[in-house]
Design a protein around this ligand. Structure first.
Ligand SMILES: C[S@@+](CC[C@H](N)C(=O)[O-])C[C@H]1O[C@@H](n2cnc3c(N)ncnc32)[C@H](O)[C@@H]1O
Length: 257
């Protein structure tokens, strides 16, 4: 997969793409990142990429023309490669909130163009004419789209086939089946096996699977009831969850007495 990012801070994104699983995906040729800096396409003595908004008010806006030149250059670089133009995604606090389902869908695309805003944002006419989708990484405002693009790059990069050493690990992550992941434990020289549920040390793989599913259901009930309300549960799941709830409520009552 190829990602082209339009950004005033290309080094930041490149550094994010160099580390960990995403770095490995790039080394393995599974993911390519190209950056396009609007300043390289700005004209005039000062190579300005921003100006004051019409109507007054605080802050500056990114100019249309350097951005459009970047978009054209990124598209031209893929001419003859793409059957159809890659979608342009503007990272924006006003966009659709990013979810794992969206990440999964975007990760299957051969190419994406990412647009990182700065200042007060981007001239609305460019958004209206060029942007296919706006994506937000949460209900808060960042100073620029680069962090949001890095989030997308990471979430998409780790899903490229061959990026993770064990592909099953992504399938078992939170949100994949609409629930949160179960708790995990590993070796500790100082703690030994204290505090580790017996079942995980039992070697009984059927019991371990059942325990993990129950914890996943229980955690989602405790922490994200909104997810649980949308999850598809079968009769076994409901029985596991009922048992979890019962035990949890009993332990709460005991703690309070
Ligand atoms: C200071 S923000 C502009 C905010 C804009 N005036 C508004 O209130 O909607 C500058 C840039 O940061 C990026 N950004 C800020 N918050 C974001 C978020 N939650 N998700 C994705 N991108 C964000 C966008 O690219 C935006 O153009």
């Amino acid at each position: 997969m190829r990602l082209d990012a339009i950004t005033l801070f290309p080094d930041f994104l490149r550094q994010c793409a160099d580390v960990g699983v995403v770095g490995r995906a790039r080394e393995r040729g599974l993911l390519q990142l190209e950056t396009w800096n609007p300043r390289d396409y700005a004209t005039g003595k000062y190579r300005r990429v921003d100006d004051r908004p019409f109507g007054g008010g605080p802050g500056m806006l990114m100019l249309i023309d350097p951005l459009r030149a970047c978009i054209d250059a990124a598209r031209a670089a893929a001419a003859g490669v793409d059957a159809e133009p890659a979608p342009l995604i503007y990272l924006s606090p006003q966009g659709e909130r990013l979810t794992q389902a969206t990440v999964r869908r975007l990760a299957t695309m051969p190419r994406l163009l990412l647009l990182c805003g700065r200042y007060e944002g981007i001239d609305e006419r460019l958004i209206a004419r060029e942007v296919h989708k706006e994506i937000s990484i949460g209900d808060y405002v960042l100073s620029g789209g680069e962090l949001a693009a890095a989030v997308l790059l990471d979430a998409i990069g780790r899903l490229q086939e061959g990026a993770l050493n064990d592909a099953d690990s992504a399938a078992q992550d939170s949100f994949e089946d609409g629930l949160l992941d179960c708790p995990h434990y590993t070796r500790s020289d100082t703690e030994g096996t204290a505090g580790i549920p017996d079942v995980l040390l039992s070697g009984d793989h059927a019991a371990i699977r059942r325990w993990r599913r129950q914890q996943s259901l229980g955690r989602t009930w405790l922490r994200r009831p909104d997810l649980l309300a949308r999850a598809q549960l079968d009769n076994d799941d409901r029985a596991l969850l009922d048992a979890f709830r019962h035990e949890w409520l009993a332990s709460q009552a005991k703690n309070e007495s």
